[in-house]
Design a protein around this ligand. Structure first.
Ligand SMILES: NC(=O)c1ccc[n+]([C@@H]2O[C@H](COP(=O)([O-])OP(=O)(O)OC[C@H]3O[C@@H](n4cnc5c(N)ncnc54)[C@H](O)[C@@H]3O)[C@@H](O)[C@H]2O)c1
Ligand SMILES: O=C(O)C(=O)C[C@@H](O)[C@H](O)[C@H](O)COP(=O)(O)O
Ligand SMILES: [Zn+2]
Length: 374
C-alpha cells in the first residue's frame, strides 16, 4: 500500500498496486490492479483461449464502452457491446435476458468472456450474466465508480433486483480480474463519489480504523479524484474487502460483516424505488446499526457518535422518514441475513470489531429507529 502525506500530493506517478484475492478453487484466485491507463492489461487478463468478448456498459458510459471494445478488436478479439439502462434500472431480469440473447445470437461459447464496464449496477448485472450464461463464463470487471472500485467489482457477488427487493436473485461468480483505472473517476459526478465513500467508511468501521482517521484529517482531499489520499482510501477499502472474501467467498459467516448498514439501507432503497444512491442508504443504515448497538450496550457512546461525525463530514444522510417504519420493517424481513422470523444485524462491539446481533424483539428496532428518524 502506498502510504502518502495526503494534503497536497497527487498520485499520478504512483506505480500500479496489486491486491490479491484468494479462494479455495484456482478460478477463485484473482488480482485487483489499481492504477492508471490499465486497459492495456485487458487482453492478457482475458487470455489466449478467449476469442469473443461482450462488453456490457450503461448508456451513460457509451464512449468508455466503445473504447474498451475498440482496444479489444485491435488486440485481435471479436468484441461486441451491449448497452444497458443506467444505474439500478440495469439490474433487471429483462436486461439480463437481453444480454443472453446477444450472447446466443453471436454463438458465445464457454471459452468466451464478458467484460463489465461501469458502476456497481453494471458489474452486478454483467457478473450475473457471466455467472448464468452456459452456467458460467469468464468475467473481467472494469469499475468506473468509486463504489464499484472499492466494493461491487470485487468479491464475486452478482445479482439483480426483483419487485420484492434488492439483489434477491444472483450468484457468486468471482471475476478473473479487476482493473481499477483511476482515470475513469475524472468524470464521476461528485454525489456518486460521496456515495462510494459510504462503503469506504463502512470498511473503516468494520476493519480498518486508519480509513476513518484519514477521512477526518482530510475531508476535502477525499473528494478530489486525483488526490493521493483518495487513492490510499481506495486501496485500503479494497484490501479489507479482499481479505474478507478470501476467507469466506460464499458468506457462510465472516463475509456478513461487509453488510454493515445494509439491512436498513437496502430497505430504504426499496421504499424509495431506487431513487436514493446505494451509499446514501447505507449511510443511514450504519447510523441505525450504531444506535442499535449502543442501545444494547455493545457500542460506546463515543464510537456511536463517531458515525454521525464522519458521515456528516462528507454530507452523507444521517436520518430517514419516521412515517416509513412499517415499510422498512417489511423490507428488512427479506434481507438475506434473516433466518425464519429472526432479523439479524451486523453491529460493532467497537471500531474494527464487528459482530452479529440477533433481534427477535421488534420493539428494540423501533426504539433504535426513533433515534435516527426525522
Ligand atoms: N456486488 C457487490 O458486492 C456490491 C457491493 C456494493 C454495491 N453493489 C451494488 O452496486 C450498485 C451501486 O453501484 P454504484 O454506486 O456504482 O451505482 P451505479 O452503477 O448506479 O453508478 C452510479 C452512476 O454513476 C454513473 N457512472 C459510473 N461511472 C461513471 C464515470 N466514471 N463517469 C460518469 N458517470 C459514471 C453510472 O452510469 C450511474 O449513473 C448497487 O446496485 C449496489 O447494490 C454491489
Ligand atoms: O460483498 C458483500 O458481501 C457485501 O455485502 C457488500 C455490500 O456493500 C453490497 O452492497 C452487496 O451487494 C450486498 O449484498 P446482499 O447480499 O446484502 O445483497
Ligand atoms: Zn453495499
Amino acid at each position: 500500500m502506498n502510504t502518502v502525506n495526503p494534503e497536497t500530493s497527487t498520485e499520478a506517478a504512483t506505480p500500479n498496486t496489486v491486491i490479491k484475492v484468494t479462494g479455495v478453487l484456482p478460478q477463485e484466485n484473482y488480482e485487483v490492479v489499481v492504477g492508471r491507463g490499465l486497459l492495456a492489461q485487458l487482453p492478457a487478463l482475458l487470455g489466449e483461449r478467449v476469442k469473443k468478448v461482450l462488453v456490457i456498459h450503461p448508456r451513460a458510459l457509451r464512449l468508455t464502452g466503445d473504447t474498451v471494445r475498440d482496444e479489444l478488436e485491435a488486440a485481435g478479439f471479436t468484441a461486441l457491446t451491449a448497452e444497458i439502462p443506467d444505474a439500478e434500472e440495469g439490474k433487471h431480469i429483462q436486461v439480463a435476458s437481453f444480454c443472453w440473447e446477444v450472447l446466443g445470437k453471436n454463438d458465445f461459447t464457454r471459452s468466451d468472456a464478458i467484460v463489465a464496464v461501469g458502476g456497481g449496477a453494471v458489474t452486478d448485472v454483467g457478473g450475473f450474466v457471466a455467472a448464468t450464461w452456459l452456467r458460467g463464463v469468464k468475467l473481467v470487471n472494469i469499475p468506473t465508480s468509486l463504489l464499484g472500485m472499492v466494493d461491487a467489482a470485487v468479491g464475486g457477488k452478482t445479482g439483480i433486483n426483483t419487485a420484492e427487493g434488492k439483489n434477491l436473485v444472483g450468484a457468486f461468480h468471482p471475476p478473473a480480474g479487476v482493473l481499477v483505472d483511476l482515470d475513469t473517476l475524472a468524470t464521476l459526478p461528485p454525489n456518486e463519489l460521496i456515495s462510494g465513500m459510504a462503503e469506504v467508511i463502512k470498511c473503516g468501521f468494520i476493519a480498518d480504523p486508519v480509513i476513518l482517521d484519514l477521512i477526518e484529517a482530510n475531508p476535502e482531499a477525499v473528494k478530489d479524484p486525483a488526490s493521493a489520499v483518495l487513492r490510499e482510501l481506495i486501496e485500503r477499502a479494497i484490501a479489507v474487502k479482499a481479505a474478507v472474501v478470501s476467507a469466506d467467498l460464499k458468506e457462510s459467516g465472516q463475509r456478513e460483516i461487509l453488510n454493515y448498514g445494509h439491512t436498513l439501507g437496502h430497505a430504504i432503497e426499496l421504499v424509495e424505488r431506487y431513487s436514493w444512491r446505494h451509499g446514501a442508504a447505507v449511510s443511514v443504515g450504519m447510523m441505525f446499526a450504531a444506535e442499535l448497538a449502543r442501545s444494547v450496550g455493545r457500542l460506546s457512546d463515543a464510537d456511536a457518535d463517531r458515525h454521525r461525525t464522519i458521515l456528516d463530514l462528507l454530507g452523507l444522510p444521517l436520518s430517514y422518514r419516521r412515517d416509513r417504519w412499517q415499510a422498512l420493517l417489511d423490507g428488512m424481513k427479506r434481507d438475506k441475513k434473516t433466518r425464519g422470523d429472526l432479523l439479524r444485524f451486523v453491529v460493532l462491539d467497537g471500531i474494527g470489531r464487528p459482530g452479529i446481533l440477533d433481534v427477535p424483539d421488534q420493539s428494540l428496532l423501533f426504539a433504535a429507529y426513533q433515534e435516527i428518524a426525522s
